[in-house]
Design a protein around this ligand. Sequence first.
Ligand code: DX5
Ligand code: ZN
Length: 223
Amino acid sequence: MMVISPSMLGADLLRLGEEIDLVERLGLTWLHLDNMDGHFVPNISYGPEFVAAMRRKTSLFLDVHLMLEYPRRYLKRYAEAGADMITVHAEAADEPADTLRAIAALGVKAGVALKPDTPPGAVEALLPLCDLVLVMTVEPGFGGQAMRADCIAKLPVLREMIRRTGRDIRLSVDGGINRRNARRVLEAGADVLVMGTGLFRADDPAGVVRDVRAAAEACACAR
Ligand code: DX5
Ligand code: ZN
């Protein structure tokens, strides 16, 4: 079942409550929260308190993306803040397998993310510890970038790696996803589409959701 995970980085910071109401009205079930430390990526965004505020506002699934050099230091605070899933980068300074085990030990679903230049093989050994793989289709740090089409080739490779594990692991794409390229990433094997600008800055977010759901239907029929 395809999931759209709206990235709050693309939302209007002065109207976050209304933007979450919109997400709920659109019948979406996830919220993607991008946390950045200014070290792992050249930007600073939110922290655990932001996640806690989102938790107080909504029961949507909080899909927390940590772009932190040392995520292990903060896992407990994000878990206590109400994260439903914590995704950390394979490229972070903390050893990813230990970090993924630590996330699971907190009772939170665990995801691993890979930057555009990191090959799929870098995460294959981590898959038994994962509930989701996040394929960055932009260099992490900022919303509103154009999707890097060269990253799409990773999706079928990761889809096959996931199949071989026999585990139910979600395959997510993140960065520059919109109504025009959604079908392409779905056909390549993605089943979670993170959308910030492509959803929140669209003239008709409901039309975007309709188009993406139609693309997912068309892909499912094709399979
Ligand atoms: C970038 C973040 C993405 C980004 C997506 O580092 O991980 O989640 O906010 O935003 P758009 O869809 O605008 O590229
Ligand atoms: Zn993200």
